[in-house]
Design a protein around this ligand. Sequence first.
Ligand SMILES: [Zn+2]
Length: 206
Amino acid sequence: MYCISCEYRLSGLEAGRCPECGRAFDPADSSTFDRRRRGPQALLGIGSALLIGGLSFFGLQQTILMKGLQSQFTAFWIVAGVGLAAGVAAAVLAAWNRSWLGRIPLLLVGIVAVWAGLAFGHDKYYRVWQALPDAPDEAYADSGPVATLLAGWIPGGIFVVGVFLPALLVFSWKRKQRRSLAPPLPTAPPPPTPLAPPTVPPDAPS
Ligand SMILES: [Zn+2]
């Protein structure tokens, strides 16, 4: 049990105020303290952000170099799909993380991954289109990828936040549910045993 504000160790203390910073807490109400220190949560967030960043970098590199694609649409979705998958993973992990120090690196990595997927996917789209035998003139009007490169953080941000917020609601709802299922305080008196209903003696005359 740790203080939400300053992470001072509160285990064994009675309900009241944190001796370190004065924030009120109540051992009976788990929303008033942290069960675990937030340090590991922040490290977990930063570590998984680095992992997702590394994996999506590798995935984008592999899909950008992919050869023999027959359709520019497939080419776009293969590359953009890597970024979108990384964005979903990062947003869900950020929602699951209990510290903003862990959430922010994950959200940023997710947005950059979606952004990179869109920009490189758009670029790949034109490259594959231009390589097709019957490429029309529009295939060479390839200023689109530059626009995506400049503005891609907007759809990237909308996508990642759009996954993060519902996931955050689901996780906090689940945690609240788990809290309400927690066993009652040991100081609570046991419920009185209900009286047995009066039974008719088996040999009573009917
Ligand atoms: Zn404190």
